[in-house]
Every structure is written in structure tokens, then in C-alpha cells.
Write a new protein. Structure first.
Length: 259
């Protein structure tokens, strides 16, 4: 089972489950925990091979992960905690996992907070992914990760986010990175489904105005999906919870308190 940490509120009934992105860990939520645990029961988890969720012996024989496979890891955690329904807060690739979980198990999802959401790979992103596929077994994975982090988070005010993700990525094994990278082979049809199939689950997209790769698509989706709302944070890039934590915490807690 994935490694996880819980913070139990003495009176609250609602749960909030935080899902980080690829190469990160539950530590990226360090600017959220103090505020969220004042109002909710909180679950922080480390995805397979990340943080304290070390690869198992079985993982050594697992050539490729799938989004359903990783989504079921999250379900296993909330099942073990006997959580029937939770709000889910995700960042970057974590938003894809949350959306997939909502597709497979809508009865388990109270609402979705999609920070730095990835709902489409533009031409630039797809070229980068193809280059990564070509060189993933040749170039040290950390070089690739640093390059992708810089492309997604290029500005000076994104530096803290870049350094945080690179620091966490150093804890990954090369084989683990390759397994996660191979997920890109199934990402396009999955995102196409998410864009076309609207769920009735309340959804708040929280995007930085400088998240140039992914924000344009989210603006289009919110216009089409009636259950979705969009918050764009100024002077902010992809990792909104790290770059603008005060705004992120205030707006998300307010939203969750109303749904």
C-alpha cells in the first residue's frame, strides 16, 4: 500500500485527500497542511515509487504502469481508512489521476480541486514528450526532468517550484522514472475523454496566469462544462499551491466549505 499521513480533525466529518504530481511527493503540500487541517480531516499520500512509497519487489517486474493501476492505489488507501467519500486536491499530473478516479468511482468523489491541471498536451508538449521517449534510456533521467521542469516553469518566480520538484525527483530510481514516463503513451486518449465527457462533480480549476502550456485548454473546458469553475492566480506559474499558497488556501477552503 502507498505510504500516507493523516490529520484527524476532532469534529469535522469531511475528508480532503491530496494527490501530488509525477516526480513530487506529499511534501509539496507543506504550505497547505496547517490551514486545511483546521477545517477537514486530511490525507497526504505518496504515489507509487515517490516519497516514502518505495518500489516493492513486485514493481521490479512491472514493466509499465497505467493510470487505472495507479488510481487503484489511491482507492486502496481511502478504503483502508474507511473513507466513503472525499474531496480531492491535486497538482499537475495528480489532476489526471483525480479525474480518472472520478471517472471510475464517481461515488467516492465529493469535489475536485485541479491545480495546474493537465487536460491537453499542446504541440510543444507533445514534441517534448517524444524527445523524452527517444532519450529516456540514454540520458540520465534527472537531466530530462530538470529540462521539463524548466520548460513548464521557466520564470524567476517559478524557481521555488522547480527546485522543489527536482529535489523530490532525485529520490526516484531511473527504472521508476521510466515506468512513469511510459504513461505518456496512454495520456492523449485519456485526456480527450476527460475533455469531452463532463461529470456532474463540482470542480474548481486553480491555474496560474503564467501556466502557458495548460491554461488555454482549461479556459475552453470551463466554458463547456457547467460543473466546473476556474480561478486564475496572477503572477503565478504551474505549481499554484507552492507559488501562491495564501491565495490557494483561502480560495480552495472557501470553495470546499460551500460544496
Amino acid at each position: 500500500m502507498l505510504h500516507y499521513t493523516t490529520y484527524i480533525h476532532p469534529a469535522a466529518q469531511k475528508w480532503v485527500t491530496f494527490v501530488h504530481g509525477a516526480g513530487g511527493s506529499s511534501s509539496i503540500w507543506y504550505k497547505q497542511v496547517r490551514e486545511f487541517k483546521k477545517y477537514f480531516n486530511v490525507v497526504l499520500l505518496d504515489l507509487r515509487g515517490h516519497g516514502s512509497s518505495k518500489p516493492s519487489i513486485a514493481d521490479a517486474f512491472q514493466e509499465q504502469y497505467t493510470f487505472d493501476f495507479i488510481t487503484n492505489d489511491i482507492i486502496e488507501v481511502i478504503d483502508s481508512l474507511k473513507i466513503e467519500k472525499s474531496h480531492f486536491v491535486g497538482i499537475s499530473l495528480g489532476t489526471i489521476l483525480i479525474r480518472n478516479l472520478a471517472e471510475k468511482y464517481p461515488e467516492r468523489v465529493e469535489s475536485m480541486i485541479m491545480g495546474g491541471a493537465i487536460m491537453k498536451l499542446n504541440v510543444r508538449s507533445q514534441i517534448l514528450m517524444r524527445l523524452g521517449v527517444l532519450f529516456k534510456s540514454i540520458i540520465p533521467y534527472l537531466w530530462l526532468y530538470k529540462f521539463f521542469a524548466f520548460v513548464i516553469m521557466p520564470n524567476k518566480n517559478h524557481r521555488e517550484s522547480r527546485l522543489l520538484f527536482v529535489r523530490e525527483a532525485k529520490k526516484l530510481y531511473q527504472a521508476e522514472f521510466i515506468r512513469w514516463f511510459k504513461l505518456t503513451s496512454e495520456i492523449n486518449p485519456l485526456l480527450r475523454l476527460f475533455r469531452s465527457a463532463e461529470l456532474t462533480i463540482p470542480t474548481l480549476f486553480v491555474m496560474g496566469e503564467e501556466d502557458y502550456l495548460f491554461l488555454p485548454t482549461i479556459k475552453k473546458i470551463v466554458k463547456q462544462h457547467r460543473s466546473s469553475n476556474l480561478l486564475v492566480i496572477e503572477n503565478c506559474g504551474h505549481v499554484v499551491n507552492v507559488e501562491q499558497p495564501l491565495i490557494f488556501n483561502e480560495k480552495v477552503i472557501t470553495y470546499l466549505s460551500k460544496v
